[in-house]
Write a protein that binds this ligand. Structure first.
Ligand code: URP
Ligand code: ZN
Ligand code: ZN
Length: 478
C-alpha cells in the first residue's frame, strides 16, 4: 500500500512547512518538497490543506458499566466516530468494578475492541482494588498485556474509588514499574455529603450537580494525589481537569518536584455551567464529573493550554442516551425508563444521572474553531495537546503523535475552508443527542489514514472494522 500526500502544509508540534508525505506499508517513508510519484502510489492532493499527525484521544470510555447502565457506543460506532473526527488512536479506560479480577478485566476490555475497532487503541488499566494479590497481577498486565498506564479514581466510592492505602500501594508499584498513573481527582466523601445535603433540601435537578462537586472538591482531590505522588515518587497524570484551583494544586506540586501531567477535556473548554441549568431536564445532557464550570474557568484552561501548563486535551467520551439513560435521574424516573432499563421505583435526582458527555467525534473540530480560529492557541499547540504530548506521556512516541520518517502513517488531511454544522442526525456516535448540536464550524478532516489505509475520504466514511490494532506498550526507562 503506497500513498503520497502531495503539497499540503505539514503541521507538527515544532514546525509547519509545505511538502509531500510518502507512506508505504503502513509507515511514513519519506517527507520532502516535491517527491517522485511511485508507480503504485495513490496520490492525495493536499494543496491548501493542512496535514496533521493522527490525533490521539487519551481519555475515552467505549465499554463502560457505570451508574446502573452501560455506555452507548461500542467499537464499531466509537472508532468510526473517532476517525470521522480525525482521531486515529484511542486510549480507553479499562474500568473493572472492585469485585472484578483485573486480569480478566483487561482481557474483556481488549475483546471488545479486537477485530472490531477501525482505529488503533490501547488502555489505561483501572486499579479499583489493591489487595495481597494485586501487585503480582498488575506486574503481569504491564509486561504481558503491554499496558503501561494505570487509572485510579478518588471519586465514585463503592464503585471504582479506592482507599488511601490502596492509592499509596498503587503509586509505589507504578514507580517501581515505570508506569504513569492517571487519576480522577475529586474527594469522594465531600461529594457524598454534598449530594445528601442538596437532595434533602429538595435540590434535585441537573443544575445541582455542579454545586454538589464544587471546585474545592476537585482541588482537594488534586492536592491529595499530589501528596501521594510526592511520597512515592510516582509519575501522575490528572485527567479531566476543569477549574483554576485544580490546575493550581498541580502546578504547586510541580514546583515541589512532583512529576505531574495535566489533561483537560473538550467540554470544559467549549461549554459552561449554564448548560446544566437548561429547562425540561435538558441540563442532564451536560452532567459529567467533575462538572462543567463557569466561563472564567474555561478561559483559564485555554490560557494554560497556550502556555503549556496543560499538557493534553482529551474528551472523556462517555456516551449515554438522553431519552432513556440520562432520564434515570429524572424526577419521574420510576415511570420514565428505556427498553433496556428496569424501573427504578423511586423519583430520580441529579445523583442518578449517568455522568458523561459524548464528544470523541467533535474534539478536534472544537479545538480548531474555538482555539486556532480565535487565536487562543496556534496550530503547533493544537498538535501538541491533541496528539504529540499524549504519545510522549503514554509511551507511543514516535510511532504515534508526529509526522516523521518511521512513524505510523496516521495522517489527517484537514480542509480549513469547509463549513459545517454539528448534528446528532449526522454524527457517527451511537447517542441520541449531541452536546454540541447546532454548532457551526470551519474545517473538517477530509482524509484520515490509519497506518496508510484511507478510512475517511472527502469527509466520508470508507473505513473497515477490524483494521485497528492494539498498541502494545513498554514501560519507561527508570
Ligand atoms: O462524568 C464522567 N467523567 N464520566 C465518565 C467517568 C469518568 O469519571 O471519567
Ligand atoms: Zn473521571
Ligand atoms: Zn473518564
Amino acid at each position: 500500500m503506497t500513498l503520497l500526500i502531495r503539497n499540503g502544509t505539514i503541521v507538527t508540534e515544532g514546525a509547519s512547512f509545505v511538502g509531500d508525505v510518502l507512506c508505504r506499508d503502513g509507515l511514513i517513508v519519506e517527507i520532502g518538497e516535491i517527491l517522485e510519484v511511485p508507480a503504485d502510489a495513490e496520490v492525495i492532493d493536499a494543496e491548501d490543506k493542512l496535514v496533521f499527525p493522527g490525533f490521539i484521544d487519551p481519555h475515552v470510555h467505549i465499554y463502560l458499566p457505570f451508574m446502573g447502565t452501560f455506555s452507548k457506543d461500542d467499537y464499531v460506532s466509537g472508532s468510526k466516530a473517532a476517525l470521522m473526527g480525525g482521531t486515529t488512536t484511542l486510549i480507553e479506560m479499562c474500568c473493572p468494578s472492585r469485585a472484578d479480577d483485573p486480569r480478566e478485566a483487561i482481557r474483556l476490555w481488549k475483546s471488545k475492541a479486537a477485530g472490531i475497532s477501525s482505529c488503533d487503541y490501547t488502555f489505561h488499566m483501572g486499579v479499583t482494588r489493591f489487595d495481597e494479590g494485586t501487585a503480582e497481577v498488575l506486574r503481569e498486565i504491564v509486561v504481558e498485556e503491554g499496558i503501561t498506564s494505570f487509572k485510579v479514581f478518588l471519586a465514585y466510592k463503592g464503585a471504582f474509588g479506592i482507599e488511601d492505602a490502596e492509592l499509596y500501594k498503587t503509586l509505589a508499584l507504578a514507580k517501581e514499574l515505570g508506569v504513569v498513573v492517571t487519576a480522577h481527582c475529586e474527594n469522594a466523601d465531600l461529594v457524598a455529603e454534598m449530594q445528601k445535603k442538596l437532595v434533602a433540601e429538595g435540590k434535585t435537578g441537573p443544575e445541582w450537580h455542579e454545586p454538589s462537586r464544587p471546585v474545592t472538591v476537585e482541588a482537594e482531590g488534586c492536592h491529595h494525589l499530589m501528596a501521594f505522588a510526592e511520597m512515592t515518587g510516582a509519575e501522575v497524570y490528572v485527567v479531566h481537569t476543569s477549574c483554576i484551583p485544580a490546575v493550581e494544586a498541580v502546578v504547586a506540586a510541580r514546583e515541589r518536584g512532583v512529576k505531574a501531567w495535566i489533561e483537560t477535556v473538550a467540554p470544559y473548554l467549549i461549554l459552561d455551567s449554564s448548560y446544566a441549568e437548561l429547562s425540561d431536564f435538558e441540563g442532564a445532557k451536560y452532567v459529567m464529573s467533575p462538572p462543567i464550570r463557569s466561563k472564567e474557568h474555561g478561559d483559564f484552561l485555554w490560557k494554560c493550554l497556550a502556555d503549556g501548563i496543560i499538557d493534553t486535551v482529551g474528551t472523556d467520551h462517555a456516551p449515554f442516551d438522553f431519552e432513556t439513560q440520562k432520564h434515570m435521574g429524572h424526577p419521574d424516573a420510576e415511570m420514565c425508563v428505556g427498553a433496556d432499563l428496569k424501573p427504578t421505583g423511586r423519583a430520580g435526582n441529579f445523583t442518578m444521572i449517568p455522568n458523561g458527555i459524548p464528544s470523541v467525534e467533535e474534539r478536534v473540530k472544537l479545538l480548531y474553531n474555538e482555539g486556532v480560529c480565535t487565536r487562543r492557541i496556534d496550530l503547533q499547540t493544537l498538535v501538541r495537546c491533541a496528539s504529540t504530548n499524549a504519545a510522549k506521556i503514554f509511551g507511543l512516541y514516535p510511532r504515534k503523535g508526529t509526522i516523521q520518517v518511521g512513524s505510523d502513517a496516521d495522517l489527517v488531511v484537514w480542509d480549513p475552508e469547509w463549513s459545517g454544522i454539528i448534528s446528532q442526525r449526522t454524527h457517527s456516535m451511537a447517542t441520541d443527542y449531541s452536546a454540541f448540536d447546532g454548532y457551526s464550524h470551519l474545517g473538517r478532516p477530509e482524509v484520515v489514514t490509519v497506518r496508510g489505509k484511507v478510512m475517511v475520504r472527502d469527509g466520508k466514511w470508507v473505513g473497515v472494522g477490524g483494521w485497528g490494532e492494539f498498541l502494545h506498550r513498554e514501560p519507561k526507562e527508570k
